[in-house]
Design a protein around this ligand. Structure first.
Ligand code: SF4
Length: 272
């Protein structure tokens, strides 16, 4: 059987519950959109496009205000663009207002960090606001793929910081925690970057939009983790596509107080 093309999220799904992987990637049952995914997409589009801001209008006096205004403008634009998807979620007006305000607060938090970094850079290097903005502008939304390993992923932001490369992913998670699944996602990005450029990134991390940036160093053990997990999933998925070979892992992730796994109704994990 040919190797399937995997991604950090398919590998993490496989690790969480093989049956869930089977339903999603082999049987390809439809998944349901939820507000966390939709607002995550809106936040990502806002941040990706923020860097397209026309920096000619920025001065040392107005850049903080202009950056905040700009992020609000982009956010409103994308929130409107996603109206149809939001409507399908059937949120009450109060719920929609709550998620709108919460996402706006996260983006304003991110902008405060960006403005602070810009101010530090201006003081440190004695350069223009435009030059500092450009220096902080990452390469965005890049697809990295390894044909040999049959894995691909999209990297949100690649920053060049002096001689270092930092790979950053944005997350709207409530917890400021490098969970095992996040560590694996970052390990896979590091490996993909290494295989393409022949050099490891110096650091990888998450910008937790409610909190701040959390980085970790990239080293051989991190790349080995990615290699091992990629190998393991291919070993299993290349050998069988039979449902019974993808057992259920029944945990609190099947159903919780406010939601359930996309495949809960077809899976019926709690039926004897
Ligand atoms: S409901 Fe639970 S056991 Fe079933 S696929 Fe989802 S996570 Fe796995």
């Amino acid at each position: 059987m040919a190797k399937r093309i995997e991604s950090p999220s398919s590998i993490n799904t496989f690790k969480q519950c093989k049956r869930k992987y089977y339903y999603q990637y082999i049987e390809k049952l439809p998944t349901q959109a939820n507000i966390h995914q939709v607002r995550g997409n809106i936040a990502h589009s806002t941040l990706e496009n923020f860097y397209n801001l026309d920096t000619h209008q920025l001065t040392e006096e107005n850049f903080a205000r202009k950056c905040k205004e700009s992020i609000q403008t982009f956010f409103l634009h994308y929130w409107k663009q996603y109206q149809e998807k939001l409507r399908l979620l059937q949120l009450s007006p109060d719920q929609e207002r709550f998620y709108f305000e919460e996402t706006m607060l996260m983006l304003m938090n991110w902008t405060n960090h960006f403005v602070e970094d810009l101010s530090i850079l201006l003081k440190k290097k004695n350069i223009s606001v435009q030059e500092a903005f450009l220096e902080l502008t990452p390469v965005r939304e890049q697809e990295y793929a390894s044909e040999g390993r049959s894995v691909r992923g999209f990297i949100d932001a690649i920053h060049h910081v002096d001689d270092e490369v930092h790979i950053i992913d944005y997350k709207t998670n409530s917890t400021f925690e490098m969970k095992e699944s996040i560590r694996l996602q970052l390990a896979i990005y590091s490996l993909l970057y290494f295989e393409k450029h022949g050099k490891m990134p110096s650091k990888v991390g998450i910008f937790f939009l409610r909190h701040k940036l959390k980085l970790m160093n990239v080293d051989e053990p991190l790349l080995d983790l990615a290699r091992k997990e990629i190998e393991e999933i291919h070993k299993h998925t290349s050998s069988t596509e039979q449902k019974e070979d993808y057992p259920k892992t029944i945990t609190s992730l099947c159903k919780w107080s406010t939601g359930k796994c996309d495949f809960y109704d077809v899976c019926k994990p709690h039926e004897k």
